[in-house]
Write a protein that binds this ligand. Structure first.
Ligand code: PMP
Length: 411
């Protein structure tokens, strides 16, 4: 596929009202996209349209609004299926985000199928949400957690994974793209090796969904989780993909309305997938609006997204790496549009505050990857993460602001 040349960043920016504001007297430069990206008008319009026209509880009602709401909700399921190329819409479970998706797998799959002495492998660059659910599972089952070490470049080596993988390995859960470093991990190879060893695989796709074409059938992952708010969508909605055969064998995650077939005080039978895992009234409005975010990305296309983000990354490297005392954290050969860094002698929090005073939003701290920060023996970093609506001019303004701040610190 080729890049759609009719698309321009200027046009894309027009769809994001939030970007056109002054912060602390300066035009906003939003470089905190890996935490939460901004939402285009098509998404907020979908949300408003839903509340102003179709709002009703889903699946249970026979009146017109309930039917409309149900149809819109299920349309998003189909859009999500298409987005990650899942084989069936029933393999798409709505969650409130990646965190809930991983917890669901840990509890509904792990608690049922893992036992004392079994092993779970993760990598050293995981977000806390792909660490703590497995630690909880280990406490509950007596399983053990193993960690693929991270290289100074912020990459993992398949040889290291090979060494950890044994017949005790029952589950492998790795991040597709690191939120702290931008590293793109070789997940397809990891999945193939894990399957050959008889383990089930989970991919944390939180950072991959907005940047990479995900194809769950080509990857052959058993589970994949991602969040709407990192891919131009609303907060409070995410997707867990799971292979039908596994989802059907799993226990429900939560009990309540919607996830049942029949309830008596003696015995309850469960609904089919995906409803078995969607207890209670879901976040209907945000799920409905999430479809607009998926279509927004599809409309731009991953070729354009990739080209734009790589141009921003390249410019960022050219302009930032020469700043006095600049140390990049995470220099993997294959990485996405994230620049994590430190400046000698200046605390990341001070940098974050001084940049904010100039209207520039970056993230500072451990980025919910404390073990990774410990590995690098640092408290945290400053992270600038770029989205499709960011411009080369913004990077230049950022680089100039950072240079000035550093000069002032040194003088
Ligand atoms: N994994 C990664 C790699 C992330 O970047 C994040 C969000 N920072 C999460 C998991 C958790 O996502 P959420 O907070 O949307 O559940």
């Amino acid at each position: 596929m080729s890049v759609d040349t009719s698309i321009s960043v200027d046009e894309i920016r027009k769809e994001f009202p939030v970007l056109h504001q002054q912060v602390n007297g300066k035009p906003l430069i939003y470089f905190d996209n890996a935490a939460t990206s901004q939402t285009p008008e098509c998404v907020t319009n979908a949300l408003i349209h839903y509340y102003q026209n179709d709002n009703a509880n889903i699946h249970r009602g026979i009146h017109t609004l309930a039917e409309r709401a149900t149809t819109a909700f299920e349309e998003t399921r189909k859009a999500a299926q298409r987005f990650i190329n899942a084989g069936e819409a029933e393999e798409i479970i709505f969650t409130k985000g990646t965190t809930e998706g991983i917890n669901l797998v840990a509890q509904a799959y792990g608690r049922k199928f893992l036992k004392a002495g079994d092993e779970i492998i993760i990598s050293g660059m995981e977000h806390h949400s792909n660490i703590v659910p497995w630690q909880l599972l280990c406490e509950q089952t007596g399983a053990n957690l193993k960690v693929i070490p991270v290289q100074p470049s912020g990459e993992i080596l398949l040889e290291d994974f090979d060494r950890l993988l044994t017949d005790k390995t029952k589950l492998v859960s790795v991040v597709y793209i690191s939120n702290s470093l931008g590293t793109v991990n070789p997940v397809a190879e990891i999945i193939a090796k894990a399957h050959a060893a008889g383990a089930v695989t989970m991919v944390d796709g939180a950072q991959a969904a907005p940047h990479h074409q995900i194809d769950v059938q080509a990857l052959d992952c058993d589970f994949l989780a991602f969040s709407g708010h990192k891919m131009y969508g609303p907060t409070g909605v995410g997707v867990l993909y799971g292979k039908r055969a596994l989802l059907e064998r799993m226990d429900p995650y939560q009990g309540g309305g919607e996830m049942i077939r029949e309830v008596t005080f003696e015995k309850t039978t469960y609904n089919d997938i995906p409803y078995k895992f969607e207890a209670g009234t879901p976040n209907i409005a945000d799920v409905v609006a999430f479809k607009a975010a998926i279509e927004f990305i599809e409309g731009i296309g991953f070729e354009f997204l990739h080209q734009q983000e790589m141009a921003l990354l390249q410019r960022g490297k050219e302009r930032l790496y020469s700043i006095d005392g600049f140390t990049p954290i995470g220099t993997a050969a294959h990485k996405t549009s994230v620049i994590s860094f430190l400046i000698d002698g200046v605390h990341p929090f001070d940098l974050g505050m001084l940049l904010d005073a100039r209207g520039i939003a970056v993230r500072t701290g451990h980025h919910c990857t404390q073990p990774l920060m410990d590995h690098f023996q640092i408290e945290g970093t400053v992270r600038a993460s770029f989205a499709v609506y960011n411009t080369v001019e913004e990077i230049d303004t950022f680089a100039e602001a950072l240079s000035e701040i550093v000069k002032k610190f040194r003088s």
